[in-house]
Ligand binder design. Structure first.
Ligand code: FPP
Length: 232
């Protein structure tokens, strides 16, 4: 969800105004994605590295997150949206942690559509945490020593029981991965758009998904293997 700061700057507004508008886009996209057939939407809301931003911006972002969670709990329950998180959420402010816990608990039974918030998330810290947990499991005898099979190791990632992303969209014209789901997105399709997150619309999302559907996903195989002669 990139470009909030530049969106605000272009309008002579403080950066936090961009984030505030960004929250509106979060609301729109949560339901737009579902309407377009998406089963799971993950939003990169706050990275481990974002903690190094000026203190007032980090504080304002946490405030926005708290406000958002307070407001959305009822909507999620009414509209059957399951909320989950990935990241070191234990380092977030206590009030945010409490709201996250309550919302995750109140929506845990919904299984049609899931919104995942990546909060205090970074792929590298995820790997560190997973390796630590895996090593502890080996020491306890619940995992075998030696190189783990991927299918076992991935159970120690924050995304343990989530599918890998099919499509990753980055807004604002940047073409970096920025420590986001690096392992899980190994075979994801990427879509880069110049649109700033506060301006990202339903139509933009539909365009990205239509683009995704035109791609051939080969997962290391040949075109002939994934599309044998005679198949449309
Ligand atoms: C990147 O734009 C955006 C962020 C670091 C924060 C995103 C957070 C929100 C939209 C609000 C809180 C989240 C939820 C789920 C309620 P940037 O500030 O880096 O933009 P810039 O690159 O133009 O400066």
């Amino acid at each position: 969800m990139d470009g909030n700061g530049r969106w605000a700057k272009q309008r002579g507004l403080p950066r936090i105004e961009g984030h505030r508008r960004g929250v509106e886009t979060v609301r729109t996209m949560t339901f737009a994605a579902r309407d377009l057939g998406v089963k799971m939407l993950t939003l990169y809301a706050f990275s481990v590295e974002n903690r190094n931003r000026p203190e007032d911006e980090v504080g304002a972002l946490m405030g926005l997150l708290e406000f958002y969670l307070r407001k959305e709990l009822e909507t999620f329950v009414r509209d059957r949206v399951r909320l989950r998180t990935i990241g070191r959420t234990g380092d977030l402010p206590a009030g945010v942690q409490r709201l996250l816990r309550d919302t995750v608990k109140a929506t845990e039974k919904f299984d049609d559509y899931t919104l995942v918030l990546a909060l205090n998330y970074g792929s590298r810290t995820e790997v560190q945490d997973a390796v630590g947990a895996y090593a502890a499991a080996v020491a306890a005898g619940s995992e075998p020593p030696g190189s783990p099979a991927w299918d076992r190791f991935q159970n120690y990632l924050y995304t343990a029981d989530m599918p890998d992303p099919d499509l990753v969209i980055r807004t604002s014209g940047e073409t970096r991965l920025s420590n986001f789901l690096l392992l899980q997105a190994a075979y994801a399709e990427w879509f880069f758009t110049p649109v700033f997150w506060p301006d990202f619309s339903r139509e933009d999302l539909a365009t990205a998904i239509a683009d995704y559907h035109r791609r051939e996903r080969r997962f290391g195989r040949t075109s002939e293997q994934v599309r044998p002669a005679g198949t449309p």
